[in-house]
Structures are given as C-alpha cells and as structure tokens.
Design a protein around this ligand. Structure first.
Ligand SMILES: Nc1nc2c(ncn2[C@@H]2O[C@H](COP(=O)(O)OP(=O)(O)OP(=O)(O)O)[C@@H](O)[C@H]2O)c(=O)[nH]1
Ligand SMILES: [Mg+2]
Length: 686
C-alpha cells in the first residue's frame, strides 16, 4: 500500500445489533474496492472477517477484525466488530481507536436493543457516524418504518441521503438525494428517478438540503433566500454537519446483494472525519486528561487495542498510531509499563492475512508479533518524550464458571494457557477462590466462556470442563457461649496434655475473625498461646454445620491448664481447635450465603417478567430507573440463585437484556435453604 497522510486515512468501526450484516457488508466493501478477489459469505464461513473457527462454527463474529482497503485516494481501515453481547469488549476497543462509525440496522428487524447499545457507546465516545439500513432485499424489509424507528429513537438529526427503489424481491437499487440519480443493482448502473418515487424523493431531498444548509451561516442565508445549493455546497454542509455530530446521514442497501456498497464507501470517505480532525486523548496523570493535536512528525504515540494469542506466531499485538511513526525492527518505549520493547517485523492486517510493512505512520493501524512486556491498553512511545494515551475501559465480568482440567496433562498447562486467554481478552478474568478451592473463569456470558474453553483446546491443547462454581458459603454463630477442651493422653512414656477454655461471641456481619488472649497468671504459659491460636485458626476453616469457613466471630481464650512435662505446642493446638469446635456447636451456628448487587437493563416491556423471575430467586428489588424505554432494575439477590443469570435473562428477554453483578455482603441463609445446602454437602462427603 502507498503511504497516506493523516487527512487521507479513515478509521471506522462497523457497529450493530448482532446479525444486522456488518461482516457481510465489510466483505462486499472489500470486494468492491478490489482488496479481495473473491466475495466470501458469512454463512459459508468464507468471509475475510470471520476467519476464526469459533466464528465459523457459530456464524457470528467473535473478534474484531481489521479490514483495510483503498478507495479513491484514501486508505480506510474498517474494524468489523462482533454484535453478540458477550464480546462487547472488542466493540469498546474498536470504538476507542476509530474516528467514525457506520451503524448497521436491519431493514426488517429495525432498531434493536443492540442498536441502542452501540448508539450509546458512540455517543459516549463522541463518534461521528453514518447509518446503513441493510437487508433491503429481505422479506418484510421496510425503509420508511425503519427510518421512523431510527428517528424516534435517535432523533431527527438522522437524515436520509438516499432512498431505496423497491423492497424485498423487488429491491432494485438506490436513489441518491444529492446527485438526484438512481443507481441500479450491484453494478450501480446510473438511471433516472422512477416517476412514482418523485414526490417522496422531493420531500426527503428538501429535508436533506435544509439540514445541510443549517450547518453553515452562509449556506442557510443562501437557502432562505430561495437559491439552489450546489452539489459541492451540499456535500460540504453534510460533511461539516456529520463531523460535528449535527447530522447523521442515513444510507441504504443490501450487503448480500452487493447493492449500495460503492455509495456507502463514497460517503465514508466524504463525510467521516480523518485522524487529522480528531485530537488525541492523553492521560497526564491518573485523573487528568488532555487532548493534543495528532501529527505524523511528532514523537511516536501508539495505543495497543487488541492482543491475540496464536500457537504458531505467538502473541500478535494490534496498535493504532496517533503520533509519529513506528518502524519495523526498532526499539520503542512502553510508556505504560516503563520498559523498552523490541519491535520486529510490522504488519498491516486484513482479517488473518498479514502484509509486511516497513513502517506504520500516525493515523494508521498495524500489528506486530511477539512483544514481551506489552498488553492491551498500553501506549508505545519514546523514552525521551513519553505520551500516555488514555487506555480503553472494558466492562467488568458478570458470569463465572469453575474450570476443571480433564487430565493431569491439562492440569499442568492450565495456568499458563488461562493467563494467555485473559491477556487476549480483557473482559475475561481468572482467579482462585480460596474458599472453594476452585479456579474461576469470569466473563460476560456463557458463550464467551464456552468459546474460551474451545480456544484453549484448539490453540494450546488444554482440555477443560466448565461447571457452575461452588457457592462460597460461610458459617457463623448467633449466640455467645463458653467452651472447654482438655486434650489428655497417657501412652507409654510421657503423655500429652493441653487444656483450653474459651469464649466465642458473634461479631456483626463483615466483622471477620478476632482472636484475643486473656489468660492471666500463666495458667497457659505464654509460649503455648500461638499454638492455641493456630488450632483455633484451623478450626475456623472447617465449620461444624457443613465444613464451610467460619466468619464474623470473636474468640477469647481466658483460661486453661498445663502439665510441666506432658504439655507441648501440638497438644495446645489440638485443645484450641477442640474447644472452638465445641463452642461453635453450642453457639447456635448458622449458614451465611453471599448476596450480590445486580443491575438489570432491559426494554420496559420485560420489566414484569424480570421482576417476577427475580422474586422466585429470593431477590429484594430495590429500585427501578426508567430511561428512554429501557428500565434499569436494581436488586440484591443470593449468589446461589443467579450464577447462571446470563442464560436466564437471555431467555426472558430474547437477548435484549443485560446486567452487571457485584458482591455485596454475606447474609444468614433462610433455614430451608441452609438445610438443603448442609444435606448436599453431607451427601458429597459420603
Ligand atoms: N437477505 C439478506 N441477508 C443478509 C444481508 N446481510 C447479511 N445477511 C445475512 O444475515 C446474517 C448475519 O450476517 P452477518 O454479516 O454475519 O451479520 P453481522 O452483523 O456481522 O453479525 P455479528 O457479527 O454476529 O453481529 C447472515 O446469514 C447473512 O447472510 C442482506 O443484505 N440481505
Ligand atoms: Mg459479524
């Protein structure tokens, strides 16, 4: 590829509800631009973007893909993103490194929940955008209805610059409201406007001209004076309006019928801003952000936005250059980590294809293999003039499963391959639950974790089983009591003796564990007290109800006795543990269960069903915040009831709901629940 200045590059994210046709559209665009020779199909697993076996198996996009093409003197980097909610991490990453977006809406399904979500993300990022109404060839495709939905949801600033000719079987082509010409079929054959559409064309054109004129004082004067605006003036007004977020041009077509791609590509080049028009967001320190002007002549500043792990090429790092340039076979400074990083051969990626390149300049996006210290979100720069670009903020995991290796060999490789998986996907996290002794993998949904397990098998040969994690129950006491334990044995030579009296008292929730020594007069010699504490601590880990750890308790050793010859540390440890067990048993032990805060967002229509379901899950609904047709329901609910909530919510809302969840506190489990848990644990032991 040729070298491009800042003003001749476009970076744009393709965004939509899942399945609206982003990947098909990107394929058609690449084909139209001549960047690929053969037009692939999502449904046949042959698209440039969905090359990952996990994507082909499911016919959905899972990873963002970089799909560059050249068009009329510009270089455009399309980033195709996944629409499936579990993979929203890549959507966030793509938005962060783009200057513009194309939001794809299906002409038959209209505005969906995912559309609203990507819209909100684009607003948050202040991203100029176009809307492409796709699938005009589909049964039930309806341009007017879809446009109405778009305008009622997102406002009147969504302005058609095209309208379709026909729909469904009869979808023939597109009328461009700027040039006032028809373009028919995949060849975009120029034709006159069909007469039956003339009045509709006039109405939409009027609105478009008005919107474009309003952007600029001189244009509005001319327009109000009754003068015709030239094509050039219209285009300029439309561009300025789009860049400033005052107009969102709406286009139309069909990806799989390859109709409208060329016009969309023209619009991308004409209306969406270049990297030159968007300042770079840098982090001065942890709470201060600033913007600086981008430049190809400044010292290097590049943001790493994606890392993939490949068993053959190793780690592949995708970066967007904001300032300066990065060279193959050079050394850079990882500003975030404060370390040098060696750069090998640089690549321009297209799907999985790597094209070697000597340099990647500001405005552009590249990739490099086998970096040592660099992770997603880091800035690569120079040591002399380090600039830190604001990193990407990723959503926190909401869904967890316990990971079990299938064999001994899998166990040995489990840790390193999990580490690689979490490096690849910032929305995945792994931790060891010390309460339950399980390795927990967390992410945004069951599909994401399933895909992660498949990847571990395919890429690293590690086979794992995913299971619902054990609930980390705890035990505590609800009364105070005193307990005594005497460990005394006479076996042959010298015997064993340890004697402890202690008091147990409940602490408030979250109070933890306390151990207090109140022994006076050397009734237990000072040097044995640590042994008593050790015994107590061991007994804490193994509650008397169902062997769960004990919480929120104060233990005071206040008396005991010893034997000058037979006493030893081990004897006092045994006595300490024994006394605590007796104390626990006598102090009305109860089971504690973890409670989480949950925030569920879904369209209003589902509120009743969601709350009904939450009620069956012993939830306490705490509030409801309606917002633009979406209701946010806040509740506290026992973790045991919502470990698979991602799946439940998907089926209640047909995938239109989302939620976040975080640990809140421990709470006494109702007796019926406690009985079940205790019985189950007993059965397990047996
Ligand atoms: N009839 C018709 N079908 C289309 C069109 N575009 C895409 N499809 C079909 O819609 C389905 C989804 O298309 P994709 O291109 O994978 O959609 P996507 O938005 O990339 O999906 P995700 O990445 O999973 O969110 C596939 O079966 C496509 O063949 C279109 O213009 N017309
Ligand atoms: Mg896709």
């Amino acid at each position: 590829m040729a070298e491009y200045g800042l003003e001749n590059i476009r970076n744009l994210a393709l965004l939509s509800h899942n399945g609206a046709g982003k990947t098909s559209l990107s394929e058609t665009i690449l084909y139209t631009a001549g960047a690929i020779k053969r037009l692939g199909k999502v449904d046949e697993g042959s698209s440039t973007s969905d090359y990952d076996p996990a994507e082909q198996k499911r016919n959905i996009s899972i990873n963002l893909s970089l799909l560059p093409y050249e068009w009329k003197g510009n270089k455009i980097n399309i980033i195709d993103t996944p629409g499936y909610p579990d993979f929203v991490g890549d959507v966030k990453a793509a938005i962060r490194v783009c200057e513009g977006a194309v939001i794809v809406v299906c002409a038959a399904s209209g505005v969906e929940v995912g559309t609203g979500q990507v819209w909100a993300y684009s607003e948050e990022a202040n991203l100029p955008r176009l809307i492409f109404i796709n699938k005009m060839d589909r049964e039930n495709a309806n341009f007017d209805r879809t446009l109405e939905q778009i305008q009622s949801k997102f406002g009147r600033l969504c302005t058609p610059v095209q309208i379709p000719i026909g729909a469904h079987n009869n979808f023939q082509g597109i009328i461009d409201l700027l040039t006032m010409k028809s373009y028919l079929g995949p060849e975009a054959k120029e034709a006159e406007i069909p007469s039956e559409l003339q009045s509709q064309v006039d109405t939409y054109r009027e609105k478009l001209v008005e919107a474009a004129a309003e952007v600029d004082d001189s244009l509005i004067e001319k327009y109000l004076g009754g003068e015709e605006l030239t094509l050039k003036e219209l285009s300029a007004g439309l561009r300025q309006g789009t860049v400033e977020g005052k107009i969102i041009p709406v286009l139309v077509g069909s990806a799989t019928h390859n109709t409208g791609a060329g016009l969309l590509m023209d619009a991308i080049s004409s209306y969406l801003p270049s990297p030159k028009e968007r300042d770079v967001l840098i982090a001065v320190d942890s709470n201060k952000q600033e913007t600086i002007a981008p430049s190809q002549d400044a010292p290097l500043a590049a943001l790493v936005f994606k890392t993939t792990a490949d068993p053959y090429v190793g780690k592949l790092t995708y970066f967007r250059v904001y300032n300066g340039a990065i060279d193959s076979n050079s050394q850079v400074w990882n500003v975030t980590q404060g370390e040098n990083e060696r750069i090998g051969q640089l690549f321009m990626m297209r799907g999985k294809n790597q094209e070697p390149t000597p340099k990647v300049r500001a405005g552009d996006i590249g990739a490099v293999a086998k970096l040592n210290v660099t992770a997603t979100g880091d800035t690569l720069g120079t040591k002399e003039k380090p600039t830190k670009i604001v990193p990407i903020s990723f959503p926190k995991p909401t869904f967890s499963e316990a990971v079990f290796p299938k064999s001994k060999g899998d166990l040995d490789k489990l840790g390193p391959s999990l580490a690689k998986m979490t490096e690849e996907e910032p929305t995945l996290q792994v931790h060891r639950d010390t309460d339950t002794n399980e390795t927990i993998l967390s992410g945004l949904g069951d599909t994401q974790l399933e895909v992660a397990a498949e990847k571990m098998a395919r890429k690293f040969g590690v086979n794992v089983q995913l299971e619902t994690p054990k609930v980390p129950y705890r035990e505590t006491i609800s009364a105070s009591t005193k307990a005594e334990y005497k460990h005394k044995k006479q076996t042959g030579g010298h015997g064993q003796y340890g004697h402890v009296l202690l008091e147990v008292e409940p602490l408030p929730r979250g109070g933890g564990r306390e151990f207090v020594d109140k022994v006076v007069g050397g009734r237990i010699p000072k040097n044995y007290i640590p042994a008593v504490e050790k015994g107590v601590n061991e007994a804490f880990e193994d509650g008397v109800l169902a062997h769960y750890p004990v919480a929120d308790i104060k233990v005071t050793v206040y008396d005991g006795s010893f034997h000058p010859v037979d006493s030893s540390e081990i004897c006092f440890k045994i006595a300490g543990a024994g006394a605590l067990k007796r104390g626990l048993a006598d102090a009305q032990p109860v089971l504690l269960e973890p409670i989480v805060n949950i925030k569920v967002s879904a369209p209003e229509d589902y509120t009743g069903d969601i709350i009904g379901d939450l009620n069956t899950k012993r939830a306490q609904v705490q509030g409801m915040i309606p917002e633009n047709g979406i209701n946010v329901i806040e509740a506290q609910v026992p973790l045991a009831e919502v470990q698979r909530y991602a799946i439940d919510l998907k089926s209640i809302t047909q995938g239109k709901g989302s939620y976040t969840m975080e640990f809140s506190h421990y709470q006494e489990a109702p007796p019926a629940v406690a009985q079940k848990v205790i019985a189950r644990k007993q059965a397990e032991k047996e």
